[in-house]
Design a protein around this ligand. Sequence first.
Ligand SMILES: Cc1cc2nc3c(=O)[nH]c(=O)nc-3n(C[C@H](O)[C@H](O)[C@H](O)COP(=O)(O)OP(=O)(O)OC[C@H]3O[C@@H](n4cnc5c(N)ncnc54)[C@H](O)[C@@H]3O)c2cc1C
Length: 640
Amino acid sequence: MAQLDSKIPSGPLADKWRKHKTEIKLVNPANKRKYEIIVVGAGLAGSSAAATLAELGYRVKNFVFHDSPRRAHSIAAQGGINAAKNYQNDGDSVYRLFYDTIKGGDYRAREANVHRLAEVSVNIIDQCVAQGVPFAREYGGLLANRSFGGAQVSRTFYARGQTGQQLLLGAYSALSRMVGAGAVELHTHSEMLDLVIVGGQAKGIVVRDLVTGKITSHSADAVVLATGGYGNVFNLSTYARGSNATAIWRAYKRGACMANPCYTQIHPTCIPVSGDYQSKLTLMSESLRNDGRIWVPKKKEDAKKDPNSIPEADRDYYLERMYPSFGNLAPRDIASRAAKRVCDEGRGAGESGLGVYLDFSDAIKRLGEPAVRERYGNLFDIYHEITAESGYQTPMRIYPAMHYTMGGLWVDYNLMSNVPGLFVLGEANFSDHGANRLGASALMQGLADGYFVIPYTIGDYLAGQKPGSRPSTDSAEFKAAEANVIGMTKRFLDTKGRQPVSHFHKRLGKIMWDGCGMARTEATLKKALREIPALREEFWSNVLVPGSADTLNQSLEQAGRVADFLELGELLCLDALTREESCGGHFREEYQYPDGECKRDDEKFAHVAAWEFQGEGKTPLRNTEPLNYEFVKMSVRNYK
Ligand SMILES: Cc1cc2nc3c(=O)[nH]c(=O)nc-3n(C[C@H](O)[C@H](O)[C@H](O)COP(=O)(O)OP(=O)(O)OC[C@H]3O[C@@H](n4cnc5c(N)ncnc54)[C@H](O)[C@@H]3O)c2cc1C
């Protein structure tokens, strides 16, 4: 059974991080260069961590499967990044950001982690401004803010609709500087396919060079995974097509616990699915809910009409009606379910009936089209490119889609997993968002982890490791991990079935969406749990992976990722079935209040579920970490 010691520091909430930093062990500057750290991933979490650890003096090896760190999925982030700066003087504070995040997560996150996140949020903005990130500014030159869901203050910093791109360019320049200084060894086109454990500690990885197919081992004193979320288990999602779960899944199979995999986020404002040929869905940023109003026709018979022909009196601005305090800025899980409800009633827009209107006509009247264009122009352009419709002239059609995963590898307060020496950052860990993440908080968390948390906490572990004690890659553990990777590759190529990898991914996605999507029931989950193993079996007997292992082979890459999704999907459903309550993005239809809100069961489920691999074909072990709320009173979320 895994040891889950959260290592939450004692003392008052607001003092914990400061106290922890003064109490944890340090590595002296001369010794830092004797340690090697592997960082896998160079999105916001990975590149900020790699750059900062190198700046501190550690020797860093950074691995990414992309051809450049700039291609990480982080680049797609549109709307913004939260920070409790209170530049608007509208009542924000570290405590308020902490409280909003805890409440937004439906009381399923650790208080201490979330408070630290809110504290360091203010440093992130200063750090990024110093790097030259071009945040939007007011006329007078001060940084501008806008609002995101689940908050009643404006605390979101942004760079038009390209915030992730600009932040990543900032982190990438910091990383490039360290690469230039020889402190970071950057390995692009390198996919981590196994984690190597020596003496119970994470001491290296096995990677495949995606261009030459060469399998190599790399040892280190500690391994940091910053490999992003696993939402593509649903196939259709707003994620970059290449985002995958392989690194964290292979680490899970080596003993790292997977926490709350069923906490997945459906985003309410995405362009609806339009056909079977589609491989990805497109997000329309939540920032649009600042000025756009969401509605459906009041009457079913109006659903297929031209929206501009439907008079004001016949429109149902359902979020404003149901949640008058937060209105269109209700949190994502709540807004998504409300959209599903009105569409299920037959009032959904578009051919499929799975769409609601996001309407800017009021904003255009109030602010003028140029102001709307200035704020959101590139998002309107995206919409136009995909639908050939102008959001300025006719309301956009949107529908919820898979977007983010709050679950991930279990980590303690130091961001170390239950495997000593294995640290997990950014979306890959489970830490700060509980059962639902608030908008603009993922960028905040990834950069908090990379710039401000791991640089302190990794020293606490390394100080206990003898410098130069790294194992050799000739050791038996590395050889066994390499053999595992080579064996799996061979199995894919030798199967020589009839269906391409994408066929299985699509079918898995449908099972996941129908069984464990926006709403879940015991029956849909049990059905999915029957279907996934059968699909997995079919995959292993009928998958067709053309080509060879010693060259660029995207089918082979995909095969590994889909094979992992076929296992992770099952765990996700098992977690959802076991958690007999609704909370945040995990909505079990059996557990709801009469008005359709989530019904938590704090008696039985106020804990983190951390699943531990027990071997192929065996049911994983469900460990729990209790969540003790000392500073906030757990209550039923209310956005009315
Ligand atoms: C369309 C969209 C818009 C968004 N907008 C916002 C927003 O406005 N605000 C906000 O806060 N959040 C937003 N998010 C969420 C946010 O972008 C992500 O949660 C965040 O960027 C994840 O960062 P990360 O560094 O953890 O992972 P990623 O950016 O996904 O980076 C993962 C890295 O790991 C590498 N990698 C993965 N697996 C392996 C492997 N096996 N071997 C080697 N390398 C590997 C990849 O190459 C990559 O470098 C948005 C998400 C989407 C989809």
